[in-house]
Design a protein around this ligand. Structure first.
Ligand code: NCD
Length: 339
């Protein structure tokens, strides 16, 4: 059997489209289980023993706080040792080495590559390149330019799943995505994941120059997922189950074009809580600027700080699935001895 044939259900994590409902449900259940096991010291010690023979590199050539730290801590929760490169000017790329060769070098030393890059599709190319070598390792896309952020979408799904646990789950819910949807990779990946849920409706609230891309709209049409587009945030809030705020992605500006956008219209403020249904939730991948007022934080419907923490637990589940240790966490032995 070749190395690629012997892979389990999760190996590379490159794009949201690769996930089906069964895998999403499994990852959500596993995340909940991990959170519980990690609560007591014996459980935390047990988790740390599971992958203590593995090493990871975090190769992040775009700024990151949450994704970097949550992946690093997720590795540590499972005992995976980590090394990192966050600035190519400190690596041999500075001497003219190609990023492809740099990555091949990482694969000589570690068992998984977790990478963030400004280049769309680079993680996919990396994975394909490594698959041709005699030491392929899994690649996790931790953000690829304006294109995708699949692990963020998974933690967003987990946040929705938890929030709607007693209300029939994610199926049938209306989710509004607000802000710079043209360049926001989190909302793009999350839109792709919606193919796995029945009866979901999406509402895109964006400035005219920053509307959701036609590729995503075409995908939703093909999947039969209804969507609509508006600039009127207050107008749609009474009909949503979740509102997902995003920041202006002006780091991608070519000529300061974001300055012309009136982003105040795409901000969620305390007065919006009055028209948001009691059972609805507010999400944000963070970091935030003015588009999400801190006065909203104390409202029980504000889920973004929990969403951030969910990120670490979901990333533990992703690593556990990649390394095939789900059973060690879920099985009756683990259950009786670590809760
Ligand atoms: C997001 C990102 O990097 O795309 N942040 C994150 O990973 N939590 C969102 C953003 O930067 O606006």
């Amino acid at each position: 059997m070749s190395k690629t044939e012997s892979r389990g259900p999760l190996y590379h994590v490159l794009r949201a489209q690769q996930f089906d409902r069964a895998l999403l449900d499994r990852l959500c259940d596993l995340t909940t289980r991990i959170r519980k096991v990690a609560k007591v010291k014996e459980g935390a010690d047990y988790l740390q023993s599971l992958l203590s023979n593995k090493r990871a590199i975090l190769y992040f050539t775009q700024p990151s706080t949450r994704t970097f730290l949550s992946f690093q801590n997720a590795c540590h929760i499972l005992g995976i040792r980590t090394s990192e490169i966050r600035d190519p000017s400190t690596s041999s790329e500075y001497k003219g080495e190609s990023p492809e060769d740099a990555i091949r070098t990482f694969s000589s030393y570690v068992d998984v590559i977790i990478m963030r890059s400004p280049i769309a599709g680079f993680a996919d190319r990396t994975a394909a390149m490594l698959d041709e070598t005699d030491r392929p390792v899994p690649v996790i896309n931790a953000g690829s330019g304006k294109d995708q952020h699949p692990t963020q979408a998974l933690l967003d799904i987990y946040t929705l799943y938890r929030s709607f646990k007693d209300r029939g789950g994610i199926d049938g819910k209306t989710i509004a995505m607000v802000g710079d949807l043209a360049r926001g990779r989190t909302v793009r990946s999350l839109s792709y994941l919606m193919k796995n849920y029945r009866g979901v409706r999406l509402i895109f609230v964006a400035p005219p120059s920053r509307r959701m891309g036609d590729d995503i709209k075409g995908f939703l049409d093909k999947m039969g997922i209804p969507w609509k587009e508006t600039e009127d945030l207050a107008g749609i809030l009474p009909e949503v189950d979740a509102v997902y705020m995003t920041r202006l992605q002006d780091e991608y500006d070519e000529a300061g074009e974001s300055k012309k956008i009136d982003y105040d219209k795409f901000a969620f403020r305390p007065e919006h809580l009055e028209i948001l249904p009691e059972t609805a939730i507010v999400m944000h991948p963070l970091p935030r600027r003015n588009e999400l007022h801190p006065g909203v934080d104390k409202d029980p419907r504000a889920k973004y700080w929990r969403q951030e923490r969910n990120g670490m637990w979901m990333r533990v589940a992703i690593l556990a699935a990649i390394f095939g240790i789900e059973k060690d966490i879920l099985d009756p032995y683990g259950r009786s001895s670590h809760v």
